[in-house]
Write a protein that binds this ligand. Structure first.
Ligand SMILES: C[S@@+](CC[C@H](N)C(=O)[O-])C[C@H]1O[C@@H](n2cnc3c(N)ncnc32)[C@H](O)[C@@H]1O
Length: 436
């Protein structure tokens, strides 16, 4: 139970109005302010405890002034008897201010460098996943949709692109889903895009239906909810700044997990990643675009996790991983594993020596490695396996070795899946066969 509610010595006095506000100290006021926050959390499920106090207090004071209230205790009482005050208070705290192409030059940079980079590293059918967190009334998500439609064409977007757009504020999300804007809201969009992507309906402008279909809106609280995963780009602009340093820190770690190893993070103009240089490195500081720093590879991570377990089972777990690894290495066929994020996760001894894979390659995007396209293009085959849900055999692959000898391979790509869950990845076995 948070301490400042039941533990707050002033709470019984405030709630029964026994205390005279004029005799309260600044410290008393601070405690009562915390009581308001706890009241909002308990009665309305809105948790502002992790938000910066200075801006929260400014916004609550703004609401108090509307009602000519001069202390937090009276405002708390007011809230209890005037439920219609809640939406007004939330709107004041959450400030859904946003616009299309907010900070135009940053979006231009994104369109010219980052989106092409993301697309370049994908095979033509691979999905592209985006998340705009704290999307308010949707303009940011639709800005991204417009840029992607310009880059890929709408047909390809409909096949490959998913933009998740979330906010804690249901009212803002309802507006976002509606995708209908006043003339002045779309003034910042070029004439050309206005004509291409908006239609006048009554006195408002409606965004094109195909673009709307690219975006999936949902309620998501950045402080409490699990992040969306396997992202190529995460946009969280002018939202992190609401939170205190501790909460920002936690959210940054979750963002790191949410992104693919090749993913990017796009923040607001006034926002910085003050901590966690080990998780993100700046790609363009002026536009607040960061690149995910890849941490340990999967095997190291598992071993560290295992060895960190205090109990004896930790040692056994680590031992089991080594046993599995030894078994994998003993298989008389070159074999690799590519996970569902398209990173090379495992390569047994034979695969490492036959295909020149070294330890640093483990954890790298598969597409960056020669084995993904030589002796045969494997990425499209992997996609086929995911699509069809079956193993496939690519036979009679010819490989010329460095000494000029010819090797014939049957390559078997198998789906790795546990029960009915999403696939974990694929295993690729290179069976040497003789011909003639
Ligand atoms: C100033 S708007 C930013 C809108 C848009 N990202 C932009 O930069 O134009 C901040 C948004 O963050 C949302 N927000 C505040 N706290 C949040 C939370 N805990 N989880 C998710 N969204 C939150 C607010 O509802 C608001 O819509």
């Amino acid at each position: 139970m948070p301490h400042y509610f039941y533990g707050n010595p002033l709470y019984p006095l405030i709630s029964s109005a026994l205390i005279n506000p004029s005799t309260m100290t600044a410290n008393d006021q601070t405690l009562i302010f915390e009581t308001i926050l706890e009241y909002l959390r308990r009665s309305r499920g809105f948790d502002f405890l992790g938000y910066k106090r200075s801006s929260l207090q400014r916004r609550v004071t703004k609401r108090m002034q509307e009602h000519h209230i001069d202390n937090y205790g009276d405002y708390l009482e007011y809230l209890k008897v005037h439920p219609e005050e809640f939406p007004a208070l939330f709107n004041t705290i959450l400030i859904n201010v946003t616009s299309f192409f907010r900070d135009l030059t940053a979006w231009q940079y994104l369109a010219s460098y980052i989106l092409p980079l993301i697309i370049k590293h994908k095979s033509p059918e691979e999905p592209l996943r985006f998340w705009t967190a704290g999307c308010a009334s949707g303009e940011e998500a639709y800005t991204l949709a417009i840029l992607l439609a310009e880059t890929l064409g709408i047909e390809e977007c409909l096949r490959r692109v998913k933009i998740y757009a979330t906010d804690v504020d249901q009212e803002a999300l309802a507006q976002a889903r509606n995708a209908t804007y006043k003339a002045k809201d779309i003034e910042c969009i070029s004439e050309e895009f206005q004509q291409r992507y908006f239609k006048l309906v009554g006195d408002r402008f409606r965004l094109d239906g195909d673009l709307r279909r690219l975006v999936i809106f949902g309620r998501h609280d950045l402080i409490h909810d699990a992040p969306i995963s396997r992202l190529d780009l995460l946009i969280c602009r002018n939202t992190l700044m609401y939170f205190n340093a501790g909460v920002q820190n936690q959210i940054q770690s979750r963002f790191h997990l949410a992104l693919k190893d090749t993913g990017f993070l796009f923040l607001g103009k006034a926002e910085m990643l003050l901590t966690h240089a080990e998780l993100f490195s700046p790609l363009n500081l002026q536009h607040r675009i960061f690149k995910k720093v890849r941490t340990m590879d999967q095997r190291d991570r598992l071993l560290v996790l295992a060895q960190n377990r205090k109990e004896e089972s930790g040692t056994r777990y680590a031992l089991n991983i080594r046993l599995l690894e030894a078994t994998f290495n003993a298989v008389p066929v070159a074999q690799i594993v590519v996970d569902s994020d398209s990173n090379l996760i495992l390569a047994n001894q034979l695969a490492r020596s036959r295909f020149g894979i070294n330890r640093q390659d483990i954890g790298r995007p598969f597409q960056d490695l020669e084995i993904s396209y030589r002796p045969v293009e494997l990425r499209s085959q992997i996609e086929r396996v995911y699509k069809e849900g079956n193993s496939i055999l690519v036979s009679d692959v010819i490989r010329t070795l460095s000494d000029g000898r010819i090797q014939y391979l049957d390559i078997e790509i198998s789906l790795l899946q546990q029960n009915t869950s999403d696939p974990l990845g694929v295993s690729i076995a290179f069976n040497e066969v003789s011909r003639g």
